[in-house]
Design a protein around this ligand. Structure first.
Ligand SMILES: O=P(O)(O)OC[C@H]1O[C@H](OP(=O)(O)OP(=O)(O)O)[C@H](O)[C@@H]1O
Ligand SMILES: O=c1cc[nH]c(=O)[nH]1
Ligand SMILES: [Mg+2]
Length: 217
């Protein structure tokens, strides 16, 4: 399974990641959402460079020519809430993509133990399509795995791209052991070494959903 880590090559993604992580900047919710969206747009472009295209005949005002068009049927899937601005960044570029939405939430049994529940899914058929699963945080990997399993009830995608802003090393290992290696590509802004006893990524950025939309009760 190929893992593409944007942190290995400093770029504007690194600048936006810094702003997402820094407690002195991340409190500006508009900027936080906008940075998730901007990284989504950049990742969308990088993923598009791996996709297949076909030549189509078009007519310009001056001539007839062959021009490339995307050959893959793309479905952009995300997980509520924090996935929404990140997903919008992908949709800004994949204009004709279909979209899927999944709700996943942590229900704590005790302070440090929780189960992840999926309650809502809205998705087109996925057979033979390119599924781009986007969620900014990949902490344990449970939400991503459960969302993927829920989406498989809608058909078998030809290829899966997983895109995250920050992944823990444990989540990367988990994704490697649970997703099909021959047809999954992982794109991450950074891989952080640890998750804490509440399964938050360290150093991470905190609670992405709360930072984007306000602290929930
Ligand atoms: O890899 P995991 O351990 O499953 O954690 C990752 C999940 O946590 C975040 O959502 P969260 O549960 O905080 O919901 P929210 O977006 O509504 O805040 C994030 O957007 C992922 O969906
Ligand atoms: O670090 C984490 C882990 C889960 N969800 C978040 O928003 N942040
Ligand atoms: Mg959250």
């Amino acid at each position: 399974m190929e893992i593409i880590n944007f942190a290995e090559t400093p770029s504007l993604v690194s600048q936006y990641m810094t702003e997402l992580r820094d407690v002195n900047i991340q409190g500006d919710m508009l900027r936080f959402r906008r940075n998730l969206q901007r990284i989504g747009g950049i990742m969308a472009y990088e993923i598009s460079r791996r996709m297949s295209y076909v030549k189509e005949e078009i007519t310009t005002p001056l001539a007839v020519m062959q021009s490339d068009v995307l050959a893959e049927k793309v479905v952009l899937a995300t997980i509520f809430r924090a996935g929404i601005p990140f997903h919008q960044g992908f949709l800004d570029f994949f204009d004709s993509a279909q979209n899927a939405f999944v709700s996943a939430y942590r229900k704590y049994r005790e302070k440090e133990n929780f189960d992840v529940f999926i309650e809502y899914i809205a998705s087109p058929r996925l057979d033979g399509k390119t599924l781009v699963l986007v969620d900014p945080m990949l902490a344990t990997g449970s939400s991503m795995e459960l969302a993927y399993r829920a989406l498989l009830t809608k058909g078998e995608p030809a290829h899966v791209h997983i895109a995250s802003i920050i992944a823990s090393q444990a989540a990367i290992d988990y994704v490697k052991s649970t997703f099909p290696a021959d047809k999954t590509t992982v794109w991450v802004g950074a891989i952080d070494a640890e998750i804490n006893s509440h399964s938050y990524i360290v150093p991470g950025l905190g609670d992405a959903g709360d930072l984007a939309y306000g602290v929930k009760e």
